[in-house]
Ligand binder design. Structure first.
Ligand code: SF4
Length: 699
């Protein structure tokens, strides 16, 4: 049977990295090593993996792997090895001292979008019950929170893709806005190739001619930060061409008249002036959209990581609704999530404003339900905390309401990944207590007072929810090295020492069952999903509620919105949005746009992939157009300095004609890129503006 258990064919599990969560088989190689083999039957990747997936097991026995807790001597800044009891006793004692002096909110928790659902759930419960603190958020806030916010506003629910990824192949036209799928999730790009082989058209909108854009039938290269203006122009022309699906708009949506009026002034000439996209190209896109029934519009970080990221996504959702796409077979709007558990990470309570089941923390009924599952009083649960950047920006600023004095970090490398990173690093350094759980000495762990060595993906089990809303199961394939524990052990050990009113389990299947009960009746309902069902069905799509009699026969929900949306009246919302542009525009001192992104061989902050020897690590670079290189007198490979209002970095120039001449690109897997980025926040999602700011480059 094709089950995720250890057998002749190894252990069925999933990649430790991105949101595709490719299926893979892991088996022992020699006495202790693991090797990765294909799992051809898993439908998402059909045995395909990118080079990160193939080499994932290399990190397991890495010489930099941490295998003992460490405590810093503040007098000399040196870390020394310690026992688990000593480390956990010290952390718990300091937490108690700080909370006694400064209140419960003086201790904060920072989670991650790569943590399993079980860890995300336990972490949210730990913060609210064991610490009694409202101060918890996670790095997923910096991933796709703008699309989440837009989806909630427009559809009443936030699921990255409301259809299986394979539907992409069956569309007539796929429009990618700010996604470099071919490099960020290569096995998914085969859907684009099949789409085109069957006569479908691919449109890519990106300031860089990426490996994905090279496959496109139509490539639009707008000025960074102008995707919303482009969407407004598209909608204006669709309306003018009579391409709006009037019946769908009348029966399945509200708000069209206001939106129609709001885009009336987005003439192609204005769009061209703002975005740099030529009118002829805009009209070509509109023709494709107007003359094909099965159109799919997919956004990713390029459109979302902006101070107007939510508005930008809503602008593209308005286009999708006007064409009557959401709910139509092989068509619709979707967001391509980034982190491994980008979807599940935001459903189970590690967000500042949410409880499990995607319930809002200020909703009295939600508090009652979750408190009942947890066995505590609803009144004892704290309220809403600060968003990720605001939380970090408040650290060490006095305690209590002024900002936490202690931070516990799980699954995140803040020093590399936070915007305005030099400032945030100073905030971390000002803390009374920084605790970091990691498997290697990341840049953030190196600052910590206490470092706790934790398990890797193949050394424990747990569920993840991929970009399709498919809940999958990572199965344990090997024992962790001696001295290493799970984040779940850390949470349970601290909760016990802090005198938590409820115990914290470390049994993943037990935690998942509780998570299901906590999510029951919520938007992301997992109550009908079990580990056995996941094994038998190649994952289960939420919502999947249990029947009132407890029966687990709900089929799950691969496709959403066929008949209604998750709003109170069942209709999707057109919402008026206005293009305001980035928080920072180029000027005389900083005349260029800076944008950031990923490269094929690295993942997120690079803490893991930079240590995998078979992955090429050429270090950071600065992509510049030949015209710009000529202006500053730099040749390919020459060191150049990029400056913004927040900092500077030096790296070799990579001279390419695939980028706009007014734009520079820096990958964010190394220290440096985020010293430059802007901390301006989206008013709704609180997403920082990672994707564009004003910069200067000199040789
Ligand atoms: Fe892993 Fe993503 Fe590569 Fe698949 S595409 S192997 S999930 S990093």
């Amino acid at each position: 049977a094709d089950r995720g258990i250890q057998g002749e064919r190894g252990t069925r599990t999933h990649c430790p990295y991105c949101s595709l969560q490719c299926g893979m088989t892991v088996q022992k190689s020699g006495r202790t090593a693991l090797e990765v083999l294909p799992w051809a039957e898993f439908p998402v990747n059909e045995g395909g993996l990118c080079r990160k997936g193939w080499t994932a097991a290399e990190l397991r026995g890495h010489r930099e792997r941490l295998t003992t807790p460490m405590i810093k001597d503040r007098a000399n800044g040196e870390l020394r090895a310690a026992g688990w009891d000593e480390a956990l006793d010290l952390v718990a004692g300091k937490i108690q001292d700080l909370q006694a002096s400064y209140g419960a909110d003086s201790v904060a928790v920072f989670g991650g979008g790569g943590l399993t659902n079980e860890k995300a759930y336990q972490l949210g419960k730990f913060a609210r019950v064991a610490l009694g603190s409202s101060q918890i958020d996670y790095n997923g806030r910096w991933c796709m929170s703008s699309a989440a916010s837009a989806g909630n506003q427009a559809f009443g629910i936030d699921r990255g893709l409301p259809f299986p990824l394979a539907d992409v192949e069956q569309a007539d036209v796929v429009v990618l806005v700010g996604s470099n799928m071919a490099e960020t999730m290569p096995p998914a790009a085969r859907h684009l190739d099949r789409l085109r082989a069957q006569g479908g058209k691919l449109v890519v909108i990106d300031p860089r001619l990426t490996a994905t854009a090279e496959r496109a039938d139509l490539f639009l290269q707008p000025v960074p930060g102008t995707d919303l203006a482009l969407a407004q122009g598209v909608l204006h022309l669709l309306d003018a061409a009579g391409a709006v699906d009037e019946q769908y708009v009348a029966t399945r949506t509200t708000g069209w008249d206001e939106v129609r009026r709001s885009v009336a002034s987005w003439w192609p000439e204005r769009v061209e002036r703002v975005t740099g996209v030529m009118t002829a190209e805009l009209r070509e896109l509109v023709d494709l959209l107007a003359n094909n029934a099965k159109v799919m519009i997919l956004t990713a970080r390029g459109a979302e990581q902006h101070s107007q990221g939510t508005a930008t996504v809503l602008g593209w959702i308005n286009v999708a609704l006007a064409l009557g796409l959401p709910g139509r077979e092989h068509a619709g709007y979707g967001c391509l999530t980034g982190q491994g558990n980008g979807q599940g990470g935001r459903e189970h309570g590690q967000k500042a404003d949410q409880l499990p089941g995607y319930r809002m923390i200020d909703d009295p009924a939600a508090r009652e339900h979750v408190a009942r599952v947890w066995g505590v009083a609803a009144e004892s649960l704290p309220g809403k905390g600060r968003s990720a950047y605001e939380l970090l920006d408040s650290l060490g600023q006095g305690g209590g309401a002024d900002g936490p004095r202690a931070l516990l970090v799980f699954g995140s490398n803040i020093v590399v990944s936070a915007p305005r990173a030099t400032h945030i690093t100073q905030r971390l350094e000002s803390l009374d207590l920084l605790v970091v759980c990691d498997m290697v000495m990341s840049e953030t762990a190196a600052l910590a007072d206490v470092v706790l060595p934790i398990t890797q993906w193949a050394e424990e089990s747990g569920t993840m929810t991929n970009l399709e809303g498919r809940v999958i199961l990572r199965e344990q394939a090997a024992e962790p090295p001696k001295g290493v524990r799970s984040d779940l052990d850390v949470i349970a050990g601290l909760a016990e020492r802090l005198g938590s009113p409820i115990p914290f389990s470390t049994d993943v299947e037990e935690i998942f069952a509780e998570l299901g009960r906590a999510s029951a009746g919520g938007k992301a309902d997992y109550s009908g999903i079990t580990y056995d069902r996941i094994r038998d069905e190649h994952g289960v799509f939420w919502p999947c509620p249990a029947a009132p009699d407890g029966a687990e026969d709900h089929p799950g929900t691969p496709r959403m919105f066929a008949d209604s949306f998750a709003t109170p009246d069942g209709r999707a919302r057109f919402l008026v949005v206005e293009h305001a542009g980035p928080a920072e525009e180029p000027d005389a001192e900083f005349p260029l746009h800076l944008t950031t992104g990923r490269v094929l061989a690295q993942y997120q902050s690079g803490a893991q992939t930079r240590r995998v020897r078979s992955l090429p690590d050429a270090g950071p670079f600065v992509e510049v157009h030949p015209m710009l290189a000529n202006r500053i007198g730099a040749h390919d490979g020459d060191p150049v300095v990029v400056r913004t209002r927040r900092g500077e970095m030096k790296a070799p120039a990579r001279v390419v004609s695939t980028i706009r001449p007014d734009t520079v690109f820096v990958p964010f897997h190394w220290v440096g890129a985020n010293r430059l980025t802007n901390d301006a926040l989206d008013p709704s999602s609180r997403m920082p503006e990672f994707k564009v700011c004003a910069a200067e480059v000199t040789a």
